[in-house]
Ligand binder design. Structure first.
Ligand SMILES: NC(=O)c1ccc[n+]([C@@H]2O[C@H](COP(=O)([O-])OP(=O)(O)OC[C@H]3O[C@@H](n4cnc5c(N)ncnc54)[C@H](O)[C@@H]3O)[C@@H](O)[C@H]2O)c1
Length: 458
């Protein structure tokens, strides 16, 4: 009877297609090679090695971690997106002075590349808000520490930036500035030697002092007053360079030395008393723009993103001698809007934005601080007047980098036009002013970064 029922069931016209369909569904569900997932997963019956299982698990854990990191920190803030690097490519990178102006931009780039970044900073001129975007991220670590003291860490690269860079700040405690550049650099070199890390020192154009050759090449030895008010910084950096090459030749430490020229951009300390910050703060508040000296001294200004790109190329390249990183255009520029007919006589200047802006085919007039002040007035649409004050001691008259080495050895040159960089810096300082109400620009006298009452003037 049961047999009869089954036979009559099997004779039904729909039986065969339905049976085939059921077999296909069962096969898809149980097939070891597809695992029911369209064939891109690891099936139940596949032979899979212990290593594969391990890598699957770690990559899943890692993406879970990064996903969490991308979305929220413990206090609910969002992190900027970071690349996920395999362990074999993720470096442990130490950035001393990483909460300062340049350091914090470098930290941003390294974090976004997916590296593990350790910031070491005593917060003298550094500010936590510069790196607040990373606090709590699993790839980020902040250590409040003075480089003058020894520290034991395991790292692959060291960017050694720790040192106040603005004259009023480094002159505030000259002995400490010397210790930072000497003892601090020795400590970092010891760490580089122990952990076999490559180390980059952020030296400065100040090693050229008040230069007698123009523009300055890396082969120029400089003209520094060893007992002047700037000596604690200039000579500190010069001996720091000496230490770098002593460790290279005697202890086989891989070293890189960047000689940085004036740099500007968001996160500059509002009280650093430097040309860019002071001019912008004064212009935005309608105060006098103060210039020391006759205003004929020349400077170059590079945007911070260009500098960071140069530092990273230097660190990861093969060239180990000092390299100038700066914007040479700044010295030569007297970018004027030119009447249309000038088009055939003048070539276009790289700094120019307006299609009507050109520079002369012969060496153009140098841009001096007064020109720069005019430019800032123009960009901030300010009514400030320009006030000339007596020159500060040992202020160099001319500075302009020769960047032939950076071009040929690193394929680097500045890309951000000064006006574009200035627009960003202006909006940053406008926000700072909004937050603090008023900022009294720092004068030329030695000053503590957080001193409330400034000494006036620039
Ligand atoms: N910004 C420029 O135009 C410029 C030009 C030439 C060279 N540099 C060099 O670049 C580096 C960074 O300059 P910046 O403009 O960002 O300056 P900055 O003052 O904003 O940053 C320096 C950082 O180092 C920290 N620091 C200072 N002394 C320290 C110590 N003893 N221990 C630990 N941390 C310490 C500060 O707190 C700060 O976070 C410096 O080495 C500077 O000499 C900068």
């Amino acid at each position: 009877m049961q047999n009869n029922a089954m036979t009559s069931f099997a004779r039904q016209p729909w039986f065969l297609p339905v049976a085939v369909l059921i077999v296909i569904i069962l096969w898809l569900q149980l097939s070891p090679s597809t695992g029911g997932k369209g064939g891109d997963g690891v099936g139940l019956g596949d032979s899979i090695s212990h290593e594969q299982v391990k890598s699957l698990i770690t990559s899943e854990i890692r993406s879970a971690l990064i996903d969490t990191a991308k979305s929220t920190s413990t206090d609910g803030t969002k992190f900027p997106p970071v690349k996920v690097l395999p362990d074999s490519q993720r470096l442990r990178i130490l950035v001393t002075g990483g909460s300062g102006f340049v350091g914090s931009h470098l930290v941003d780039r390294l974090m976004m590349q997916g590296h593990h970044v350790i910031v070491l900073d005593n917060m003298f001129t550094g500010r936590k808000k510069n790196i607040a975007q990373w606090v709590g991220h699993p790839n980020f670590q902040l250590i409040i520490h003075d480089v003058v003291e020894r520290i034991m860490l395991e790292v692959d690269q060291i960017y050694h930036l720790a040192c106040p860079a603005s004259p009023p700040h480094y002159q505030y405690n000259p002995i400490k500035t010397i210790k930072t550049s000497t003892e601090g650099t020795l400590n970092m070199l010891g760490l580089a030697k122990r952990s076999k890390a490559r180390m980059l020192l952020t030296s400065t154009s100040e090693v050229y002092g008040d230069p007698e050759v123009h523009p300055q090449k890396e082969t120029y030895w400089g003209n520094v007053n060893p007992i002047g008010p700037r000596a604690c910084y200039d000579e500190g950096k010069r001996v720091a360079e000496t230490m770098m090459y002593a460790y290279e030749s005697q202890a086989a430490v891989e070293v890189r030395v960047a000689r940085i020229f004036n740099t500007f951009g968001p996160r500059m300390h509002p009280n650093d008393g430097r040309v860019v910050s002071n001019f912008i703060i004064q212009a935005l508040q309608g105060k006098d723009i103060t210039i020391y000296g006759n205003g004929k001294q020349t400077r170059s200004f590079q945007y911070v993103d260009d500098l960071v790109e140069g530092l990273m190329r230097l660190m990861n390249g093969n060239y180990s001698l000092p390299v100038n990183l700066g914007n040479p255009e700044e010295y030569t520029v007297k970018v004027r809007d030119c009447p249309f007919l000038c088009f055939f006589l003048f070539r276009r200047h790289t700094d120019a934005h307006s299609p009507l802006s050109f520079s002369l085919p012969f060496p153009p007039l140098a841009r001096n601080p007064q020109d720069f002040a005019v430019l800032i007035k123009e960009l901030t649409k300010s009514n400030s007047t320009i006030q000339m004050l007596p020159a500060t001691k040992d202020d160099p008259r001319q500075r302009r980098p020769d960047i032939t080495t950076a071009k040929s050895k690193l394929g680097w040159e500045p890309r951000v036009p000064v006006r574009v960089g200035l627009a960003k810096a202006i909006s940053y300082f406008a926000k700072e002013l909004e937050e603090s109400g008023e900022i009294v620009p720092t004068g030329s006298d030695p000053t503590k970064p957080n001193q409330k009452k400034q000494l006036g003037g620039f």
